[in-house]
Design a protein around this ligand. Sequence first.
Ligand SMILES: [Zn+2]
Length: 221
Amino acid sequence: MRTVILCYHKVGPIAEDGRFLNVEPRHLAAQVRFFTRRGGPLASLQKFLGGKTTPAVLTFDDTYQSAATHVPEVLAPSRSAATFYVVTGKTTSDWDGERARPLATREQIVELARAGHEIGNHTHTHPHLNQTENFAEEICTADSHLRDWGLSPTTFCYPYGSLNPAVVGAVREMGYQGAVSLRKGKVTDEDDRWQLPRIVVGYSDGLAGLLYKLYIRPFLP
Ligand SMILES: [Zn+2]
């Protein structure tokens, strides 16, 4: 079990989406080309956990409209798939205050799944699950909404990366096959499938910035 799971949020032109948690489509395209030229098409987390080899797994937290719009066209030429984590009870990322942006509509989410992308569970209202008494309800409510939309979520993403043993246990008990956190690192055989590490990609990361995070920084003293 070896790959790198990348964590993205918005994917839009800087004029529309700014720099906060945004990666421009052209930067994403360069990053995707780097991986696919060396390792073939990218698989979703669901497929990777099912045994498929992939040079990287791309995850898009919150499923912003900008990501739903731009990611499929970036991935289509290499026939790659990504994983989109959906917050079922929100229409904007209101937890970001003034920087809130629209989230994908139900129609857009269903269309992503039809195009071969994975739709995963990112809770109903995006709380810090380790500070929320009804954490299990947050996970279950989102799961049943996604199923009502005809989807079959099998992986989970902890909002803010916040978790504790009870939260991880609830995700496992739902029958999910894996979950992603915000612990930094590449995936190795030693990793717990329900607390997988990721590398966060930000605005300032062109291809060079991403390669630095993946291949140089881990070896610095
Ligand atoms: Zn999130």
